[in-house]
Design a protein around this ligand. Structure first.
Ligand code: A3P
Length: 318
């Protein structure tokens, strides 16, 4: 870690003492900052992002809750944006995991350095984050950069997250049971949660300025990926020409970025991210409704009521 990051530690310790604390079902320490439960290990990088990130008008920022389709969105956006630079058989995604290609602010860009030099990255720069909308750096809101958010049915997101954590867990950590974990999720005590507040922050921002913020749902992409690839390209000001459509460019990207295709690439079968997360753990079933295999109808009913009350009047539904 750089000296400046070491210096920031005291400041962080002081802040932490003023915040509510919790432990997530898998043992991750959380702190409540601006109404969101943030993993304490990301607090310093999040504060650095807020303080130092200077968005350019050409930037593209991909925002999600974990396990909502981040990997898919990163791959699709990268392929759409670079389609005139790389043919599919030269794609960097063949040899690098999507999370290496599109880094997270909190776990990559600002994790080692407080104020890294990002000027050398060629435009359009693509970054991603789980940071809630109200904690994003001001320059993202103030610049003309584009923001894409993808969310997912909360029950599938919860189950997907549980699998992800358990497949990467250290052997001596004993996570809470499904019942206990679900109970915490419903209380909003969840990484980057409460779920509903995270989603609503971006939903309202999308309603305020749809040119700036595209709001997607995982389920919609599963239902019609062609339409959604076109939507993303148009939103980014890079629509597919008729000629590209006739050449089958959209289908090519859709096939290349599918769960099956990406998960079968050697780098995603064997590689590791930051030496601790298996690349393979970012790919599982990729289905809608997998929660039915794990959660009871009573749990689903509880979530339905919770969502109805939390999202009431917003125009958003799951
Ligand atoms: P499941 O665990 O339900 O299978 P994230 O990318 O935000 O970490 O989310 C991971 C979830 O998205 C996992 O869901 C994973 O299988 C699914 N996923 C990853 N890559 C995908 C892709 N290319 N297409 C569709 N789903 C994908």
């Amino acid at each position: 870690l750089s000296a400046e990051v070491e210096d920031q530690k005291d400041e962080l310790q002081e802040l932490l003492q003023t915040l509510d604390r919790q432990t997530n079902w898998n043992g991750t320490p959380l702190a409540k900052h601006n109404e969101f439960w943030l993993p304490t290990r990301f607090l310093r990088p999040i504060l650095s992002t807020q303080k130092y990130f200077k968005a350019k008008d050409t930037d593209i920022i991909l925002c999600t809750l974990p396990k909502s389709g981040t990997t898919w969105l990163k791959s699709l956006t990268f392929c759409i944006v670079t389609r005139n630079i790389y043919t599919i058989d030269q794609s960097p995604l063949l040899t690098s995991n999507p999370h290496t290609i599109v880094p997270f602010f909190e776990s990559n860009v600002y994790s080692e350095q407080e104020n890294p030099d990002l000027e050398h990255i060629p435009s359009p720069r693509i970054f991603s984050t789980h940071i809630p909308f109200n904690i994003l750096p001001n320059s993202i809101r103030e610049s003309q950069c584009k923001v894409i958010y993808i969310c997912r049915n909360p029950l599938d997101q919860f189950i997907s997250f549980r699998h992800f954590i358990l497949s990467n867990k250290e052997k001596d950590v004993e996570p809470l049971s499904m019942d206990e974990a679900f109970n915490m999720f419903c209380q909003g005590i969840d990484m980057f949660g409460p779920f509903w507040d995270h989603v609503l922050g971006y939903w309202n921002a999308h309603l305020n300025d749809p040119q700036k913020m595209l709001f997607l749902k995982y389920e919609d992409l599963k239902e019609d990926i062609t339409l959604n690839i076109k939507k993303i390209a148009e939103f980014l000001g890079l629509p597919f020409s008729l000629e590209e459509e006739n050449q089958g460019k959209i289908e090519e990207i859709s096939r290349f970025c599918s769960n099956e295709s990406l998960s079968n690439m050697e780098v995603n079968k064997t590689g590791m991210l930051l030496g601790q997360t298996k690349n393979s753990s970012y790919f599982r079933k990729g289905e809608v409704g997998d929660w039915t295999n794990y959660l009871t109808s009573t749990m689903a009913e509880r979530m339905k009521k919770l969502m109805e009350s939390k999202l009431e009047g917003s125009g958003l539904m799951f």
